[in-house]
Design a protein around this ligand. Structure first.
Ligand code: PEP
Length: 251
């Protein structure tokens, strides 16, 4: 049995004040969740958000992590720096990092290996653009992202994969339950081929892309979807409704 995992991605939003307020509001709302819960927040907010989430079931994650131990990498954050604050997760290879900051599968791979070596769970994002989906190359694109991004990973069950179709991120356009299930089943099959079928059964695979309180129940009902990576809906208490997807009757 795979334990569902719902994570937020605050991107470049919130301040120490507004973030603390939101976490205080969320804490009682998510305390009985039947899934793992995390909020990945901007690096500068990590210390304050770790403090705000203390004693709750909300884990704090980072939005990226560098592969080097230390050194001349202006603007980057190391695993050791994250570990110092008890950070448990790091998003790696988000499409916005790939699109706007030139991150590649090779970089995703180095970041993923470094996170694993430091006991940080990488949330590795994969997904196709609209052009790629319409061109019929979704599976080819995702296969390469998985093969290159996860090369050399010893225990793939320690990796979380987020399937995020680029055309669904921040657009309000969600993949249908069928589209998300189909592609995530393909991801699981590919993990089985690249690693081992038994490991593939254990890997947590999230869906991400305009997931919200209304559509989460249908997505989470799909057999291969184990959770969500939530952008805009994680900036409000709606996040708690997603976390409680199995208890909200109005969804
Ligand atoms: C994301 O940034 O990972 C994401 C899924 O964003 P949104 O939910 O806003 O589409």
């Amino acid at each position: 049995m795979r334990r569902p995992f719902i994570a937020g991605n605050w991107k470049m939003n919130m301040t120490a004040e507004s973030g603390t307020k939101l976490i205080e509001e969320l804490k009682p709302l998510v305390k009985d969740a039947n899934c793992d819960v995390a909020l990945c927040v901007p690096a500068i907010l990590i210390p304050a958000m770790v403090k705000a989430a203390q004693g709750s079931n909300i884990a704090i994650g980072a939005e990226n992590v560098h592969w080097a131990e230390s050194g001349a990498y202006t603007g980057e954050i190391s695993c050791a720096q994250l570990k110092e604050y008890g950070v448990k997760y790091a998003i790696i290879g988000h499409s916005e990092r790939r699109q706007y900051f030139g991150e590649t599968d090779e970089g995703v791979n180095k970041r993923t290996l470094a996170a694993l070596a430091h006991g940080i769970t990488p949330i590795v994002c994969v997904g196709e653009t609209l052009e790629e989906r319409e061109g019929g190359v979704t599976e080819k694109v995702i296969y390469k992202q998985l093969k290159d991004g996860l090369a050399g990973v010893e225990d793939v069950t320690k990796v979380v994969i987020a399937y995020e179709p680029v055309w669904a991120i921040g657009t309000g356009r969600t993949a249908t339950n069928v589209q998300a299930q189909e592609t995530i089943a393909f991801i699981r099959k590919t993990i089985g081929e690249l690693f081992c079928p038994k490991c593939a059964e254990k890997v947590i695979i999230q869906y991400g892309g305009s997931m919200n309180a209304k559509n989460c129940k249908g997505l989470m009902a799909q057999p291969d979807i184990d959770g969500g990576l939530i952008g805009s809906a994680s900036l409000k208490t709606e996040f708690a409704q997603i976390v409680n997807y199995d208890n909200y009757f109005e969804n």
